[in-house]
Design a protein around this ligand. Structure first.
Ligand SMILES: [Cu+2]
Length: 202
């Protein structure tokens, strides 16, 4: 503010608190100051300088509240499904870079009828998929969705997806926040399987 005073636009006797009050209550004998275009330009300049600082203060005060600020969704991929297939699986890594545990409670995607969170467990020597109501991503930790463990069970694709295509899934967390992430469609069989073509059998 020293620039304002040094510029000579304002008499030295006007205090900072008086400046603050000007927007609300302008004494008649000081009205002339507000008609000064240079004064207005300086006010705008101060406003521009303050706005980014206010944004930083706001976002700092909200730190840790939103999953979106601390969760990273990495390597999201969905298995290519043969035409007519009603379900496929998706995998990813979830990282929590924050200081509090966060729960993933739902996954949705406009290209799919329904997405469930599953975990494969071996019970009595038999692999079973159990639906999970939520998955806790520990503070400064992570959860891996991979074959034989946590996975996304993805039902009723709106169309047949080919390897190399992309689609967007939304990850919903217990704090009410949502993070969209782009999934790439990956081939089920390794590329080399193409060489043997359809003779491969099952
Ligand atoms: Cu499953």
């Amino acid at each position: 503010m020293s620039g304002l005073l040094e510029s000579g636009v304002l008499p030295q006797k006007i205090t900072w608190s008086e400046l603050n009050g000007m927007n609300l209550k302008v004494p008649l004998n000081k009205y002339r100051l507000l008609t000064n275009r240079r004064f207005f330009k300086q006010l705008l300049w101060v406003g521009h300088k303050l706005a980014p600082a206010m944004l930083v203060i706001l976002s700092l005060s909200m730190g840790g509240v939103w999953a979106a600020e601390s969760i990273a969704i990495l390597d999201l991929r969905i298995n290519e499904a043969p035409p007519g297939a009603s379900a496929t699986a998706g995998y990813l890594s979830l990282e929590n870079r924050g200081e509090t545990d966060i729960e993933l409670v739902e996954v949705t995607g406009t290209d799919f009828g329904k997405i469930e969170i599953h975990r494969t467990r071996i019970e009595d020597g038999v692999a079973r998929m159990l639906r999970q109501a939520k998955v806790t991503i520990p503070a400064t930790g992570g959860v891996e969705f991979k074959p034989g463990d946590y996975h996304l069970m993805i039902f009723r694709p709106a169309r047949t997806f080919q390897a190399g295509e992309e689609t967007v899934l939304e990850f919903h967390f217990s704090d009410g926040s949502t993070i969209p992430a782009t999934a790439s469609i990956t081939p089920i069989r390794p590329q080399s399987a193409k060489d043997s073509g359809d003779h491969g059998g099952h």
